[in-house]
Design a protein around this ligand. Structure first.
Ligand SMILES: [Ca+2]
Ligand SMILES: [Ca+2]
Ligand SMILES: [Ca+2]
Length: 162
């Protein structure tokens, strides 16, 4: 796997919008701003760690359909299928998520493993490392991510190898 590709899939599991960029009318800047407004709970113009982690906790709960504190490959696939209404390459995506986040290789992502990934994700978006995500940082991140996922989808459609 090429190195550039990894962040896109990292974010896929974490992101609120999932792989919405498959939609041709998708505007990453608009989407980033919408997301920013949602996440900036106290409206101070930046996303703090708490503001970032809290929705991640909720997301974990939504992925964890059986409510046993772990996310399995099947749960990820079911979640994305329901959300996107398609049978896409969710198995590949789930496998990649597991490869990256399932640190103890038991085939499931625990809450701790999930929150560690969330933490790393925050650090990746917070490019100036001031422990807050600015609107610009989120826009930049979203633009890159959308492009990577688009490329991935195109590659999949043309049947090319990754
Ligand atoms: Ca805030
Ligand atoms: Ca695990
Ligand atoms: Ca920052």
């Amino acid at each position: 796997m090429k190195q550039w590709f990894a962040p896109a899939l990292t974010v896929a599991l974490m992101s609120i919008s999932g792989v919405a960029s498959a939609n041709p009318y998708y505007d990453p800047i608009k989407e980033a701003d919408k997301l920013f407004a949602q996440m900036d709970a106290n409206k101070d113009g930046k996303i703090s760690k708490e503001e970032y982690y809290h929705p991640a906790e909720l997301r974990f709960t939504r992925f964890d359909l059986s409510s046993d504190g772990t996310i399995t490959r099947e749960e990820m696939m079911t979640f994305w299928e329901k959300k996107q209404g398609t049978k896409h390459a969710w198995k590949d995506m789930a496998d990649t998520q597991l490869r990256r986040h399932d640190k103890d290789k038991d085939g499931k992502i625990t809450h701790d493993e999930f929150m560690l990934a969330t933490q790393l994700n925050f650090q990746m978006i917070d490019t100036d490392h001031n422990d807050a995500i600015s609107k610009e940082e989120l826009r930049e991140h979203w633009k890159t991510r959308s492009k990577e996922i688009d490329d991935y989808m195109k590659r999949k459609e043309s049947g090319g190898e990754m």
